[in-house]
Design a protein around this ligand. Sequence first.
Ligand SMILES: [Zn+2]
Length: 113
Amino acid sequence: MSPAIPTAITDHRASGVLEIAWSDGTLSRLGHGLLRESCRCATCEQQRRHGAGVPPSDTTLRVVCIEPVGEQALTLGFSDGHDRGIYPFVYLRQLGASCSQPTPCPTPASNVY
Ligand SMILES: [Zn+2]
């Protein structure tokens, strides 16, 4: 069985949530701050290894650009200027799963625009 791929990506900028609908029918809601903290680029990995903790994020941090990388990943750019993170779909799925347990993802307010 081939891995699920996003069929729709909705960026709820106002509430800071990236919503991904997957080809297997599931839905992931990922906070922009969570995505920033979960960046796996060399710089952020190095910060973690050196015990500097996760990259700084706050509630105003937003994803500002979403670019597909090949057919297996997204590059996300953030409002703090960081745009080196590559997020494989498999990783995004894992983030979505971990996000639903134990604390629920923030539910984006619907139709606020
Ligand atoms: Zn990074």
